[in-house]
Design a protein around this ligand. Structure first.
Ligand code: MOS
Length: 688
């Protein structure tokens, strides 16, 4: 068999690139449908209370208005147990910005105009939206506290201790493409074009809500313009679009959230308050590690941002504990945002380690090396691979890390203070089982490879094609991949950087099954549908990706402005399927970390009961001008345990630890320890 093109590990340009740059890749809103109607949501202007009257008479008189939906006039849902999704079923309002009505009209302009004419009257109750660690209603969510040994006793007897509290703000995912649904209800069938990370997840959720069989719902998402987790679960707007379609059978309806609505209806990362306590012997050996987390959760639906989970596995310490406490507030529903838990958690842990290094006068890399756990401290399982030390050492050399470096606040260049910081990071290698793939040999000699996977902008089209070619032992051009549709075999949501692990393993399993069924000389029409083979290593090893992050900052002594001229991430991520798309994921994650360190915050106004930074001017996401020289590298790592490809997941590890590296660099530059993200100039100037 001739191999005309390289496969696994090859630097292949995105196969979907030409479609994207020529504008022919169809995103959800763009599917050509005849005579669509448009849905505009009307959102509550109180944070807690109930709707006591809806006057739609004026709106209904506008030419082109087709329907006004509200709790008085909306389809009853078959399942209202998920209260985020059970919209328009009761008059209750549980957060500001909740969908309380909607207008459907012949054009977006008419629907927007008429939505402004619908008068909604409320009875408002007192609301509470600000997180405090002494909230009177704090509670411990199920199964999130861990404890080993006696951490209090270990802290008391430690030679050196750190006790510091860190804060991270509410953050919003803000993918470039807003959450979008195009829906068509015809003859008892529901057709959805959706911006989602999981077509089958949308299908199953919507079918359950509307009392349909799963086969009656068909979801397509061939191209998605980013999600960063916010499109991993179904949110209320999808339900609204389906309701509108049901109200107008046979007519397609389109709904795209406005950027403002993205700040209430598409999830967010909860704010955190994190108390880190570390105890160490004089040589830097950690003896105690305690990580307590406070965060908010919506009254509508509980969500735990698992910020302390990284503290359970990152470093050796015989005595440790982690806790989470939730304050139920009148806030919108949060959900996944890139590296849920690990992003804010690593900020607290990796800054605390840096504080300990300063207190002990030990180089922060050396301190981390001294606290390498030989096995997973939480489970006792051996690492499938770890190599954090290799990442730190290689990174130190490539970055030009100086140990011991100049004292904090001592290096000045002109009117700027200059410093460098380092941090570690880890992200679990998740795997979502149960996906299936179909492989069929076509008459033209290509293999059709069908799986309901999603490319959210990450390079899935390309990477899965490479994996399929490798698994079938054929050149790339003999693979005809099809993804992004519920007509294809069932696929799980790729949460937790698990896309390539899960779908790749599925393709690998299907390719193996194909060869077993049809031998080495298959005939056109031969096909097989199968899933991943069970991985015997799954419960025998602790599996994580690791990172070492380095950052250089310079801080203006007059304005407090922080610039980041250089960032380097060195990663232990197993085998890289495609260096080009992988690098893009890693530097994207690092940019997320930079953005988290310096810019991103959703400001909650306690009087309005809402986030008031509702656009990309007020909610600043790092732009090109904020980003300096970004370099992502990875070590040569072969992990035989994680999956047949040897991949550990790359979507999230880039953000885990990168914000801490910048915060540590800011301390090194200025001598000011900012424990409250983002590190805005006012916080540095206030500290003198
Ligand atoms: Mo990712 S935040 O697990 O979609």
């Amino acid at each position: 068999m001739s191999i005309a093109l390289p496969r696994l590990g090859a630097d292949i340009a995105r196969l979907d690139g030409p479609q994207k740059v020529t504008g022919t890749a169809t995103y959800a809103y763009e599917h050509p449908l005849t005579d669509p109607a448009y849905v505009v949501a009307i959102c509550s202007t109180v944070a807690r209370g109930r709707v006591v009257g809806i006057d739609a008479s004026e709106a209904m008189h506008v030419a082109g208005v087709l329907a006004v939906l509200s709790h008085e006039r909306a389809p009853a849902l078959a399942d209202t147990s998920d209260r985020e999704l059970a919209i328009l079923q009761t008059p209750d309002v549980r957060f500001r910005g909740q969908i309380v009505a909607a207008v459907v009209a012949d054009s977006l302009e008419i629907a927007t105009h008429a939505a402004g004419l619908v008068r909604v009257a409320y009875e408002a109750d007192e609301h509470r939206v600000l997180l405090a660690a002494d909230d009177p209603e704090l509670y411990a969510p199920d199964d999130t506290d861990t404890s080993q040994g006696d951490v209090e006793a270990a802290l008391r007897s430690a030679a050196t201790t750190i006790d510091a509290t860190y804060r991270t703000p509410i953050q919003h995912n803000n993918p470039l493409e807003p959450h979008t649904t195009v829906a068509l209800w015809r003859d008892g069938w529901l057709r959805l074009y959706e911006s989602t990370q999981s077509v089958h997840g949308v299908r199953d959720t919507i079918a359950g809500l509307f009392g349909l069989d799963e086969e009656q719902v068909h979801v397509s998402a061939p191209f998605v313009g980013g999600g960063f987790g916010s499109k991993g679960m179904v949110h209320a707007p999808t339900v609204l679009a389906a309701m509108a379609a049901r109200a107008l059978p046979g007519r397609p309806v389109k709904l795209a959230l406005t950027r403002r609505q993205m700040f209430t209806l598409a999830g967010h990362r909860a704010p955190t308050i994190q108390r880190m306590r570390l105890g160490a012997a004089a040589d830097g050996t950690l003896v105690a590690l305690s990580h307590d987390v406070w965060q908010h959760t919506s009254h509508v639906k509980e969500f735990v941002e698992q910020a302390s989970s990284i503290s359970r596995m990152m470093y050796a310490a015989a005595d440790r504990r982690t806790t989470h406490r939730l304050a139920p507030l009148d806030v919108p529903v949060q959900s996944w945002m890139r590296a849920p838990g690990a992003a804010p958690g690593s900020f607290a842990l990796e800054c605390a380690i840096d504080e300990l290094a300063v207190a002990l006068r030990i180089d922060p890399i050396e301190l981390r090396v001294r606290n390498e756990p030989p096995a997973d401290p939480e489970t006792g399982l051996p690492w499938s691979s770890r190599n954090l030390v290799t990442c730190l050492r290689q990174g130190a050399e490539q970055f030009g890390w100086a140990a011991p470096g100049p004292a904090a606040g001592s290096r000045r260049v002109g009117r700027r203070l200059v410093g460098a910081g380092v941090a570690g990071g880890a992200y679990p290698r998740e795997s979502m089982d149960g996906s299936l793939a179909q492989i069929e040999l076509l008459h033209d000699g290509r293999y059709a490879v069908r799986i309901g996977a999603i490319d959210v902008g990450t390079g899935t089209w390309t990477a899965l094609t490479q994996i399929a070619a490798e698994a079938l032992g054929v050149p790339l051009e003999r693979i005809a991949l099809d993804i992004g549709d519920t007509a294809l075999p069932y696929s799980h949501v790729p949460g937790g950087s698990a896309g390539i692990t899960s779908w790749g393993s599925t393709l690998w399993g299907a390719a193996t099954a194909f060869r077993e069924a049809h031998g080495s000389d298959p005939s056109p029409g031969d096909e097989v549908t199968a899933g991943a083979a069970a991985n015997p290593a799954e419960d025998a090893y602790a599996m994580h990706a690791f990172a070492a992050h380095f950052a250089e900052v310079s801080v203006d002594i007059d304005t407090g402005e922080v610039r980041v001229p250089r960032m380097l991430g060195v990663f232990a991520i197993g085998r890289v399927v495609n260096p080009r798309t992988a690098r893009s994921q890693l530097i994207g994650g690092m940019t997320f970390g930079l953005s988290m360190a310096l810019h991103e915050q959703s400001v909650m106004d306690p009087n309005a009961g809402a986030v008031v930074t509702q656009d990309l001017a007020d909610y600043h996401v790092a732009a090109n001008a904020d980003v300096g020289d970004l370099d992502a590298r990875w070590i040569d790592e072969l992990d035989p345990h994680v999956n047949p490809m040897g991949t550990k997941g790359i979507g999230e590890i880039g953000i885990v630890g990168s914000a801490a590296a910048i915060a540590n660099a800011v301390f090194h530059a200025t001598g000011v320890r900012v424990r409250d993200l983002p590190i805005t100039p006012d916080k540095l100037l206030a500290a003198g």
